[in-house]
Design a binder for this molecule. Structure first.
Ligand code: IPD
Ligand code: CA
Ligand code: CA
Length: 257
């Protein structure tokens, strides 16, 4: 490894904030050119595409020899050990509805291991950051996962895959099993934000299946650096993870599969 992670994080934060400004400038203004992708539930706007093109341009300017994986444009592989994993706008359904939970997610991996993560929610002005081994931060203040140990005192988040209408493994069974045992459940609408909510202790846990690397790359590191666990729970449905403090993750496993 030959890059300075603190400086690289600063760059990624600057890119996330630049893209966040662009997202705010179009938010709730009605000109988003909404199209559907994998299913009618899966939408993309011109702001997702514009955000990704800005991020790729910035990465290429600063690190022309690094590979990039972006949700909207796929792999830009230059056979590097470094891979930038970007979800330019996580929470597009929220964004296109005018709901404020959406974010930019940027992770950097080296040989498949995540070195740093940035999640920026521009409307909320919440910046979550982590460097491997250096802790996790919300707006530069150290954060930690919640210490609750009982499900009946816990508020968890989850989400549902875009093919929920056609795929039998759609997380509805998990929800109906666990919900009676919880203080509350939230469907925030952004996997990256859910993970950051766990990292900050605003959520006591989160699980979801059918996720992609760009949804979770940065957020997983942020949870781990905040003292939380992230565990896979099945291997046939994309990325399927449980997260929270170690005790809550153990208890969630009784209901989630
Ligand atoms: C989606 C969000 C959502 C999750 C979906 C993701 P997108 O990402 O993170 O919360 O339930 O599985 O695909 O499409 O808004 O970037
Ligand atoms: Ca996403
Ligand atoms: Ca996205």
């Amino acid at each position: 490894m030959n890059i300075d992670l603190e400086n690289t994080l600063e760059l990624a934060v600057a890119w996330a904030k630049e893209v966040g400004e662009v997202q705010l400038s179009y938010f709730r203004n009605g000109h988003l050119d909404i199209e559907t992708k994998s299913t009618v539930h899966d939408v993309v706007t011109k702001v997702d595409k514009l955000s990704e093109s800005i991020l790729i341009e910035r990465i290429n300017e600063c690190f022309p020899d690094h590979s990039v994986l972006g949700e909207e444009s796929g792999e830009h592989d230059v056979h590097s050990d470094y891979l930038w994993v970007v979800d330019p706008l996580d929470g597009t359904n929220n964004y296109s509805q005018g709901l404020p939970v959406f974010c930019v997610s940027i992770g950097l991996q080296y040989q498949g291991k995540t070195l740093l993560g940035v999640v920026y929610a521009p409307y909320l002005d919440e910046l979550y950051t982590a460097i491997r081994g250096k802790g996790a931060f919300l707006n530069h203040v150290s954060i930690h996962v919640s210490d609750k140990t009982e499900l009946d005192r816990s508020v968890l988040a989850t989400g549902f895959p875009y093919d929920k209408g056609i795929h039998p493994v759609n997380n509805i069974d998990n929800l109906s099993r666990i919900l009676p045992h919880l203080r509350g459940i939230r469907r925030m609408g952004s996997a990256a934000y859910d993970l950051c909510g766990v990292a900050a202790g605003f959520l006591d846990g989160y699980w979801e299946l059918g996720l992609k690397l760009w949804d979770v790359c940065a957020g997983v590191l942020i949870v781990q650096e905040a003292g939380g666990y992230v565990e896979p729970f099945r291997d046939d449905r994309g990325i399927a993870i449980l997260s929270g403090n170690p005790k809550i993750v153990e208890k969630m496993k009784e209901y989630i599969n």
